[in-house]
Design a binder for this molecule. Structure first.
Ligand code: 6PG
Length: 232
C-alpha cells in the first residue's frame, strides 16, 4: 500500500481531480466506479469543482455514490450528509437515480437503518465489497467518518455501525474493516483547527481509540490531502 501526505493549497480542487482520475481508471478497469463520499463541509468544495468542471463528463453514468457515514436524520434535514451532497452535487450531474445510495432513514430504528445499508452494499458490491475511492474527513477531536473517540466504534467489525457520540446526533458509519477494503482512501483535511488532530493522528503514538483515523488503511493507496504542513 502506497501512503502519502500531500500538502496542497486547494484541497477541494485536488480532491476533485483525484475523484475524476479514480473514476476514469476504475471504469477502464472494471466498467464501474464505486465511491463513498464523506460528510461535513470540506466535500462541498470538491463538489463545486466537479460540478463546475466535470458536470457533463461521461464517467457519471458509470458511477455509484455511497456515503461513508450519515447523521441519523431525514434526508431533507439540514444536518444530512446526503442532503448536502444532493444539493451541491447529485442534482447537478447525470448519475442515474438507481446509482445513488444514501443511508436509509428508518425513523426511530438506527440499527435497522445501518443493517439495511449493509444489505445494499452487499447487493451492489458483492460479498467482498471494495470501494474504488473512499473520502474521509478528520474532526478536530480526531474522529473520522462517524468513528468518534471514546465510543469504541473504531473496533466494530461487520460493515456498518450505529454510534452515539456525546452531544451529537446519533450517527451511522461504515466500519474500519469495510473502509480498509477500499482501493484508495483519501482524507481531506483543511483548516488550522485540524492541525493538532492531524499531527497526533499522523505522528503521535498509536492510539486508535482516541485517534480512530490511525486504524484506517487501504488496499492500494492511502492519501492525506491537506493545506497544513505537519512534518514528523
Ligand atoms: C460528518 C463527517 C465527519 C467529517 C469531519 C470533517 O458527518 O461530519 O463525516 O467525519 O468528515 O467532521 O468535517 P469538515 O470537512 O467539516 O472539516
Amino acid at each position: 500500500m502506497q501512503r502519502e501526505v500531500r500538502t496542497v493549497e486547494d484541497v477541494g480542487a485536488v480532491g476533485a481531480q483525484l475523484f475524476v482520475e479514480t473514476a476514469q481508471r476504475s471504469i477502464e478497469a472494471r466498467g464501474q466506479f464505486f465511491v463513498a463520499l464523506s460528510g461535513g463541509s470540506t466535500p462541498k468544495e470538491v463538489y463545486a469543482h466537479l460540478v463546475e468542471e466535470y458536470r457533463d463528463a461521461p464517467f457519471w453514468t458509470r458511477t455509484r455514490l455511497f456515503w461513508g457515514d450519515e447523521r441519523f436524520v431525514p434526508h431533507d434535514h439540514e444536518d444530512s450528509n446526503f442532503g448536502a451532497a444532493k444539493e451541491h452535487l447529485v442534482q447537478h450531474v447525470p448519475v442515474p437515480d438507481g446509482q445513488v445510495h444514501p443511508w436509509p432513514y428508518l425513523a426511530d430504528e438506527p440499527e435497522r437503518s445501518a443493517h439495511s445499508y449493509a444489505a445494499i452494499i452487499g447487493e451492489v458490491l458483492g460479498d467482498t465489497p471494495h470501494f474504488d475511492l473512499t473520502f474521509l474527513g478528520l474532526g478536530d477531536d480526531g474522529h473520522t467518518a462517524s468513528l468518534f473517540p471514546g465510543t469504541g466504534a473504531v473496533h466494530e467489525e461487520g460493515w456498518t455501525t450505529v454510534v452515539q457520540p456525546e452531544g451529537r446526533n446519533t450517527r451511522l458509519s461504515l466500519t474500519v474493516p469495510l473502509i480498509n477494503q477500499s482501493r484508495t482512501v483519501a482524507f481531506l483535511v483543511q483548516g488550522e483547527k485540524k492541525r493538532d488532530a492531524l499531527q497526533a493522528t499522523l505522528h503521535g503514538e498509536k492510539d486508535v481509540e482516541h485517534y480512530p483515523a490511525q486504524a484506517v488503511s487501504a488496499q492500494e493507496q492511502l492519501l492525506w490531502l491537506t493545506d497544513l504542513d505537519v512534518s514528523a
